[in-house]
Ligand binder design. Structure first.
Ligand code: FAD
Length: 393
């Protein structure tokens, strides 16, 4: 047996005894998603057990160093773990902007004290993070941001506002891009700072969406205190940290385009709801669209696998994340459009939010935002054109 085979056997045995049976099926409603955090309520005892087991092993952040509570796995081992989780259709134990965004940035740019303070609670799902990047006049042109950080001797004060803060009302801590030097050139006066969202002077206002839900807030800062040791990297170098963090965000969002592991394939849903004409799906247009989508999804899955192997070999993901973000989100929009077509008139059913059928129009509407969040498709295409294809700007 190779080392990889031995590791796979160990993972398989561990999962057999530590992944509760009810955690081995696709998530069917938002309530079943575990985000962790100070105020989190578990959907079931099994969900809590599953998070605790994975966190104790460090496998909520498999490749992070063990000294901060991570799994310490190398790229190949992490890949095997993912394959074994997929094999039993295990639900993600934790969804976390801490793991997908600020954690990687802290590992690369954070001080030792910041790593020790923040990484272990992220891994255990104890602190939920929110992202304070966009402002009313700074979205695609993020570097135009105006939230001001002012030096008050032994601490800073932050004044201004952010918008589209996903789950801003549920966040415990925020990683936030601020203008720390108004005199410096646009990109040179920005810092990335961290603060507790319970701080006095911070308020959130819900933003209601077309889907009827309100997963966002406006976040307003009125002289919010920021400690001096909570600047990530050097003061005024936040743009570099912010861009690195965005590659991780874009990779995470793009991989969402590969669909949920274990979810019923579109072709099978179509067979069930539309019916067959002999050996073929009865609707030739939908049949054609599903075939095209599945081919494109397979292409993305293979490209992601190749890039992961390159990352394991030490190549940085960089602008490739924009390629994944663009392709993954456009594919997800196509998949949700097709789900609507497959469900026909039933797709208008808005009522059964909890059931997978009733969720169809809401999921379709949610997918529209997919190619906007983390930077729009146009912005990703600009990055691919400039940094991958080398076209003139
Ligand atoms: C579901 C969702 C979740 C989000 N969560 C968060 C969050 O947690 N935290 C956060 O900070 N932000 C969040 N955002 C905000 C998101 O990052 C911004 O919406 C996004 O960056 C676009 O900015 P904007 O909305 O200001 O649009 P604009 O920048 O005003 O863009 C408007 C249109 O112009 C196009 N455009 C702009 N500039 C160019 C250009 N140079 N070339 C070509 N086309 C261009 C855009 O592609 C777009 O179509 C979220 C957004 C969504 C939809």
């Amino acid at each position: 047996m190779t080392e990889a085979d031995t590791f796979r056997t160990q993972v398989r045995e561990w999962l057999e005894s530590h992944c509760p049976e009810s955690m081995r099926s696709p998530i069917t409603s938002e309530e079943q998603v575990c985000w962790g955090g100070r105020n989190s309520e578990f959907y079931s005892d099994d969900q809590e057990t599953w998070l605790r087991n994975m966190a104790n092993k460090g496998w909520t952040a498999p490749t992070w160093p063990t000294e901060y509570g991570g799994g310490g796995l190398n790229g190949r081992e992490a890949q095997i773990l993912q394959q074994e989780l997929k094999r039993i259709t295990a639900r993600p134990a934790l969804y976390s902007f801490g793991i997908s965004m600020i954690g990687p940035a802290l590992l690369k740019y954070g001080s030792e004290e910041q790593k020790q303070q923040h990484l272990p609670p992220i891994i255990r799902g104890e602190i939920r993070w929110a992202q304070g990047y966009s402002e009313p006049n700074a979205g695609s042109d993020l570097a135009s941001l105006q939230a001001r950080l002012v030096d008050h001797g032994n601490h800073y004060r932050l004044t201004g506002s952010k918008v589209w803060t996903s789950y801003g009302d549920k966040g415990d801590w925020m990683f936030c891009l601020v203008r720390s030097d108004s005199e410096a050139p646009k990109h040179g006066g920005i810092s990335l700072v961290l603060f507790d969202m319970d701080a006095p002077g911070l308020t959130t206002r819900p933003i209601r969406l077309i889907s009827g839900k309100s997963p966002f807030t406006e976040t307003i800062f009125d002289e919010v205190r920021v400690e001096k040791d909570q600047v990530v990297g050097e003061l005024n170098t936040g743009w570099t940290v912010a861009k690195y963090l965005l590659t991780h965000e874009r990779e995470m969002i793009g991989e969402g385009g590969l669909g949920q592991s274990g979810a019923e394939p579109l072709s099978s849903i179509a067979r069930r709801l539309i019916g067959m004409d002999g050996a073929r799906l009865a609707d030739p247009v939908i049949r054609n669209d599903i075939a095209r989508l599945e081919i494109d999804e397979a292409g993305l899955a293979l490209t992601v696998r190749r890039a992961r192997d390159e990352v394991s070999a030490g190549v940085s993901l960089g602008a490739t994340a924009s390629m994944f973000k663009y392709t993954g989100t456009e594919l997800n929009k196509r998949r949700q459009e097709l789900m609507m077509s497959i469900h026909g008139l039933d797709a208008r059913d808005w009522s059964g939010e909890q059931s997978s059928e009733g969720a169809v129009p809401r999921t379709w509407l949610r997918s529209r935002g997919n190619s906007i969040e983390g930077g729009t498709s146009e912005i990703q295409l600009n990055i691919v054109a400039k940094r991958i294809l080398g076209l003139p700007g």
